[in-house]
Structure formats: C-alpha cells, structure tokens
Write a protein that binds this ligand. Structure first.
Ligand SMILES: [Zn+2]
Length: 317
C-alpha cells in the first residue's frame, strides 16, 4: 500500500498497539469495509458451505492480517535504513505506512517501496499453493485469500504515486536522470493517469451502468479519488521538498564585517555548510532574527537573517 508522505493529514484511528517506536492504528473505515467485504465475498463460499458469511468473515480477517504484513515489510525495510516510522494505519483501502525522512538514495526508495508488493505476492502465492493441498471450505477460503493478495500486489505495483509502484518508478527516474523532483512529477502524473484509467476501465464496459455493476463503479470512484488526491499530495510534497532543499546558509549568508558591529552576546550560531531541512530544524530549535555563521574552522564569516531565509523559501515556491 502507498507510503504516506509526511505532510499528508494524519488519518485518525484507534490505537491497536505499538511496535517499537511505531504506533499501529486502525481507522474506523476499516470496520465498514470489513462488513462490505463479508457480504461481497459470501457468495464465493455458498457452494461449499452452509455458513458462507462465517467463511467470508474469516477471509476478511485474513486479508487484513496480510495487509498488515505488507505494511510491516515497509516498516522493517525503512527502519533498516534508519528512517523513522511513526505510524502504520489500516483503513478502508488497505494500509498506509508513514515514513519520516526522505530516502537518501534511489536504491533505498526502491527497496522500501517494493518490499510491500513483494510481501503481498509471496503471501498470495503461499495461499494459492496451500489451497491446492486443502479441500472443502478451507481450500476455498485459501484460494480467495491467495488471489486477492496477488491482486493487491499487482494493483500496488502500478507505477503511479501514491502507490508503491509509483514510489519505485520515482526512484528509477531519480536514478536514471539524477533529478529527484522530476521523479516525483512523472510518478505523480502517472498516478493521476492511473486514476483516470481505473474509472475508464469500469465505465467503458458493455452494460457498465447495469445494476450489478453499480458496486464496481462505487468502488472504482473510491479508488480513483484516493489515487488522484494522493498524487496531488505527492506533487505538493515534492514542490515543498525542492523549496526546502534550495535553502542553504552558504547561499544566504550576509558577509558583513561583524567585528565592528554591536551584536548581542547570545546570538545562536549556524555552520556555513548547513542546508535544506537540517537548516530549518536548527533554526526552529533556536528561533532568532539573526544567527552568527561560522565556517568549519570556527571563524565567524557573517550573519544569517531569518527573514532572508523566509524570502528565499517564498521565492522558490
Ligand atoms: Zn505498500
């Protein structure tokens, strides 16, 4: 499932527990979707069992458990690279793993994003293999469970943001062109194209508007909306990241002679080589109108005015 960018609003949810420093949340929308799933899947089990709704409930619980494993794959690979993972949220359309801090390399992005669909595909194949060795209703549930996981893997591997495949595609464009922002733009627009394709897929069928297809249209609308808004959020996040990355102490330092100035003795200092998000964090940690800039040798080279940083941030936008 897609990774949530840091600036997207946190979806509220019930806290299920904690995994190390990661909160595991469940959105109330998941319960709603669970009920829909039970009624949608029950007909699959009508031939093999007198209790199709019970089997459908087992299937739904198993599906959400496998979605959780998909998210865990993102969590553990991100942590492996030292990124913070504040929350995992299970919701209506699956799950989201919030990862703080951008991947430092395209390869890191590739592995953290790709691990989820790979986990779903492996779970799906295991389900299909197990269904072959089971009979009766257990075999049917495993068969459905296996197939849906394969579909989850395939859908998430589509190359548009905010899907995992979009993050992989963003990493590849970044790797090939050396331009991280271009990767975000291309993958986000592919995400919007995917949203349009999902709608076209259900609307351009024969008898698309017949009664039995209304549920498909509703589901496709939901997915398309999720993709379109997610791609928009990724574009905004990409722009903001580029704005922040364009800021540097070296580029904004005011190299006036400071020895003759009557500076307050307690001005906070900033190193000359500080830039991007670490610069903003350092300024937020010690808010001031003016900072003393020091070079690696510890010599004062000038001043940094907070309003110049503000102006540059706005100019970049
Ligand atoms: Zn994922």
């Amino acid at each position: 499932m897609p990774g949530k960018e840091k600036d997207r609003p946190r979806t509220g949810g019930w806290r299920l527990g904690r995994l190390g420093r990661t909160d595991v949340l469940v959105s109330p929308s998941l319960v709603l979707m669970g009920i829909v799933l039970v009624f949608a899947a029950a007909p699959w089990f009508e031939d093999s069992s007198d209790h199709p709704h019970l089997l459908a409930a087992v299937f739904a619980v198993g599906l959400y458990a496998s979605v959780f494993v998909h998210e865990l794959a993102h969590v553990f690979t991100a942590r492996w690279y030292g990124m913070e993972v504040p929350t995992v949220t299970l919701h209506l359309l699956g799950g989201e793993t919030a990862i703080e801090g951008e991947s430092r390399t395209a390869a890191q992005e590739l592995v953290t994003a790709g691990s989820g669909p790979v986990a779903s595909a492996l779970i799906g194949l295991a389900g299909l293999v197990a269904s072959g060795t089971s009979s009766g209703s257990a075999g049917d549930v495993l068969w459905a469970f296996g197939w849906v996981n394969v579909i989850v893997a395939a859908f998430n591997a589509l190359p548009g943001l905010p899907l995992d495949g979009g993050r992989v595609f963003r990493a590849l464009v970044w790797q090939v062109t050396g331009d991280q922002a271009k990767g975000v733009r291309w993958a986000a627009w592919l995400g919007r194209l995917t949203a349009v394709a999902v709608m076209a897929f259900v609307l351009l069928r024969d008898d698309a508007f017949s009664r039995e297809h209304l549920v498909d249209i509703a589901l496709a609308l939901l997915i398309a909306f999720f993709l379109w808004t997610g791609a928009g959020a990724a574009l905004r996040f990409g722009r903001r990241t580029a704005q922040v990355q364009g800021l540097s102490v070296a580029g904004l330092v005011d190299r006036t002679e400071t020895s003759g100035l009557d500076l307050p003795p307690d001005l906070p200092s900033l190193p000359l080589d500080l830039a991007g998000a670490p610069l903003l964090r350092a300024m937020a940690a010690r808010p001031a109108d003016t900072y003393v800039v020091v070079d690696p040798a510890g010599d004062v080279v000038g001043l940094l005015h907070a309003r110049h940083v503000d102006d540059a941030y706005r100019r970049n936008s």
